[in-house]
Design a protein around this ligand. Structure first.
Ligand code: PEP
Ligand code: MN
Length: 248
């Protein structure tokens, strides 16, 4: 899953969407409703962003994942999104979890920034218990005393959450590190521990992005990453095949 932090303009979204599709992404990401820590930061285009996301879907054929921040807007977002993203700041919003589940849309549940693994499992149970059939969990780093990276990437949470829930688990190496130069290496680490996917921030001109500039990959960096991941994916597949062959 790849795309800009936020939907900004038609040119920005379409160019980025085309590039990530070409590079092999299977889902387009992009926030219309943005949960920003600072009230002085860009808050997203809101519902106006959906028109652009629909256009990008039409052009690329990629399904769209976008954040829903409030149960008030859940039906509106569900109308326009192929998958509902529950952001880190919303993981504990049980009214939102229930409302999102009831739409019947697949849900991407991001780990709360101070949530334990057990609390992520409980949030997923809120979704499952209220009718969500397709749930994907996302490790995105947690807040610790470490300040070298934006968050502390809890790589062990990936296999642990898979084991505890049986659900697909992906990594967002962009928010987990906040550093462009660490996105590729953490993506490889995620593949190595069995992650089912990645959520990566990509922009046609990263230096011009309106949010999360430090962690955003250019479209060519993303294409390189997709290439570099191939041997890691092969090793993982071969290792599993070897285990099955040994058991047979
Ligand atoms: C995002 O992925 O758009 C986002 C805001 O991330 P998080 O909720 O993990 O902070
Ligand atoms: Mn972002």
């Amino acid at each position: 899953m790849a795309g800009p932090c936020a939907v900004e303009t038609e040119e920005q979204l379409l160019e980025t969407a085309r590039a990530v599709a070409r590079a092999g992404a299977s889902v387009l990401r992009g926030g219309a409703f943005k949960p920003r820590t600072s009230p002085y930061s860009f808050q997203g285009l809101g519902a106006r962003g959906f028109e652009l996301l629909s256009k990008a879907r039409e052009i690329t054929g990629l399904p769209v994942v976008t954040e829903v921040m409030s149960d008030t807007y859940v039906d509106l977002v569900a109308e326009h999104a192929d998958m509902l993203q529950i952001g880190s700041r919303s993981m504990e919003n049980t009214a939102l979890l229930k409302a999102a589940a009831r739409t019947g849309r697949p849900v991407l549940l991001k780990r709360g920034m101070v949530a334990t693994v057990e609390e992520v499992v409980e949030a997923a149970e809120f979704l499952a218990g209220n009718g969500a059939r397709e749930i994907v969990l996302c490790e995105r780093g947690i807040r610790t005393y470490g300040t070298a990276t934006r968050n502390t990437c809890d790589i062990a949470a990936i296999p642990l959450l898979k084991k505890l829930t049986g659900l697909p688990v992906i990594l967002d190496p962009s928010h987990a590190t906040g550093r462009r130069d660490l996105v590729a290496v953490l993506s490889k680490a995620a593949v190595a521990v069995g992650a089912d996917g990645l959520l990566v921030e990509v922009h046609r001109r990263p230096q011009e992005t309106w949010s999360d500039v430090e962690q955003t990959l250019s479209t060519s960096e993303f294409a390189d990453l997709m290439e570099e991941l191939q041997p890691y994916l092969r090793i993982w597949r071969d290792a599993r095949a070897a285990v099955w062959a040994a058991r047979a």
